[in-house]
Design a protein around this ligand. Structure first.
Ligand code: GDP
Ligand code: MG
Length: 501
């Protein structure tokens, strides 16, 4: 029988992931970080017109992959799609717990007056939007991944003693991408007083994967559950108290875009940072205890490396997990001796024997299987309302195999036609008429006033003709930008990016 890989899947088919078959460890870890761990079910939703990239659904979220990467993933048990929407959790509007209920002890001494927060989250989770709202600055908000490259710092409006650093969007704290290294080095070396972890609530499964890693850094943290407006609009719901009870850190539902929940977010963030409330719970396990071997392994390694980790001021929990994941940078920093390394490798191979997964996959699998269980308990996805259906139909046309490129050409031609065709010419002509009319008035006024002819010429031929010539293009530019912003805001630009890649 031929070996099947993920890129052979047909639209609408499901398959179970068998292994990721590549020697490229960076790629392998990246795919695992995205949740493509062995035994996960994936569905192919659509392909770009030329078959690359492809969009899959797994773990309740959608993931776009290049064909090249998909061909590295071996699959088994291919079958027609049977994924039903996740069973709707009985939802009750639950009031978010108030400050003070989360073990925040008001009687304790404030430890820090001046605090710095790191804003951490996935790409496109709304970091820059939140940063701008909280600091009142005006960073560029992009709809494309990777817009934020360097870190930007700002003072929080509500409290002059608190500042915020916007860091690159990341999915994990692995050592294989420069953004992730920048971010984790910032967190480990500069030790911000608190982390504001922004989580895209519409993509909560993938976002919580990063959250679970951030909890291990031993830094006070609050979870800002962003895009709650969209979740509500889609009739979805999330049990905030359930998440808070699980993670034992504040979880605050917000909408950065609509300015909702931001005061509460800042209040909680300031509290955890000033009172230095660090996350206490770090072992998260599925209720069937299937991740016991990996927990045993992590704890044994933690004990072994405790002193080394302390010496370089890195949380031993974080270091231990990174060692299991074969993180060479951390291994080097820890300066372990040969015997210690031998013992650690032994512990890891014992663990992989027990779990049947390799060292890279076992940590990801532990995290994702915990998140799966958590979300099935506390998160209910949108029921399909009419808007959702309409958006789905449009999506099919705009990114369909045969219709995507024609619709792109039609839409762009239409925009260019409206902008530069009769309508645009009409607007430019009218503007020119108005400018000429105004120039004539000023011209005759200046003549009757008897102004010096040199100054007269400067004003009429220089300023009015010069500025006027530029101004007559203005309507065209305004119209063009108007249409481009519509394309961006409706999400069509993101679809074009998928189609054209
Ligand atoms: P970043 O990549 O994490 O910096 O994310 P951005 O701030 O650039 O935001 C990505 C996209 O999400 C932008 O189109 C924002 O307008 C949108 N966005 C951000 N916050 C919200 C929100 O609370 N609700 C909704 N519906 N959209 C949001
Ligand atoms: Mg950004």
């Amino acid at each position: 029988m031929e070996i099947k890989t993920l890129d052979n899947l047909k639209i609408g088919q499901d398959a179970i992931i068998d292994t990721i078959d590549t020697n490229d460890i960076a790629l392998k870890c990246h795919l695992l970080d995205m949740g493509l761990t062995p035994n996960t079910e994936v569905t192919l939703i659509k392909k770009a017109p030329l078959g690359d990239p492809m969009e899959f659904r797994l773990r309740g979220y959608e993931l776009t992959l290049r064909k090249e990467s998909a061909s590295k993933i071996k699959i088994k048990d291919v079958h027609a799609s049977d994924t039903k929407p996740r069973k709707n959790y009985e939802f009750h509007e639950i009031e978010h717990s108030q400050i003070g209920e989360n073990n925040i002890n008001k009687n304790k001494l404030i430890i820090k007056e001046k605090v710095t927060f790191a804003l951490i989250g996935n790409q496109n989770s709304g970091k820059t939007t939140l940063f701008n709202k909280l600091t009142g600055s005006n960073q560029h908000v992009g709809n494309f991944p990777g817009v934020t490259i360097q870190k930007t710092q700002g003072i929080i409006k509500q409290d002059k003693n608190a500042s915020l650093v916007d860091l690159p969007g990341i999915y994990s704290l692995s050592p294989y991408s420069s953004e992730e290294i920048i971010t984790r080095d910032f967190l480990l070396n500069e030790k911000p007083d608190g982390i504001i972890n922004i989580v895209d609530a519409t993509n909560i499964e993938r976002n919580l994967f990063l959250t679970m890693q951030l909890l291990e850094l031993d830094i006070p943290i609050v979870i800002a559950l962003n895009m709650m407006d969209e979740v509500k609009e889609n009739n979805g719901s999330i049990d905030i108290n359930g998440l808070e009870d699980t993670f034992r850190v504040p979880v605050i539902p917000i909408s950065a875009f609509k300015n909702e929940g931001l005061d509460e977010l800042i209040e909680h963030a300031l509290n955890v940072a000033r009172y230095d409330e660090r996350p206490k719970k770090l072992d998260f396990c599925k209720s069937d205890n299937s991740c016991a071997p990996i927990h045993r392994c992590i704890h044994s390694i933690m004990e072994l490396i405790e002193n080394h980790a302390q010496a370089i001021n890195i949380p031993s929990r974080f270091a231990a997990v990174k060692l299991v994941e074969d993180d060479k940078l951390i291994l080097e920093k820890l300066r372990l001796d040969e015997n210690e390394i031998k013992t650690i490798n032994h512990l890891i191979s014992e663990m992989t024997n027990e779990t049947g997964l390799d060292r890279y996959a076992s940590v990801c699998d532990m995290r994702y299987s915990f998140i799966d269980e958590l979300c099935s308990k506390y998160v209910s996805k949108s029921s399909e309302n009419s808007f959702y259906k309409l958006s789905n139909t449009l999506d099919k046309i705009l990114t369909g195999k045969y219709s995507a490129i024609p619709s792109f050409l039609i839409i762009i031609s239409l925009i260019l036609y409206i902008t530069f065709g009769p309508f645009g010419t009409f607007l430019s002509d009218k503007t020119e008429l108005i400018i000429n009319w105004f120039t004539n008035i000023v011209d005759s006024a200046l003549t009757s006033y008897g102004l010096n002819s040199v100054v007269h010429s400067l004003i009429i031929d220089g300023i009015f003709s010069g500025v006027g010539a530029v101004l007559s293009f203005l309507p065209v530019i305004v119209v063009l930008f108007f249409f481009l912003s519509i394309l961006e805001d409706t999400g069509y630009m993101a679809r074009v990016a998928f189609v054209m890649d």
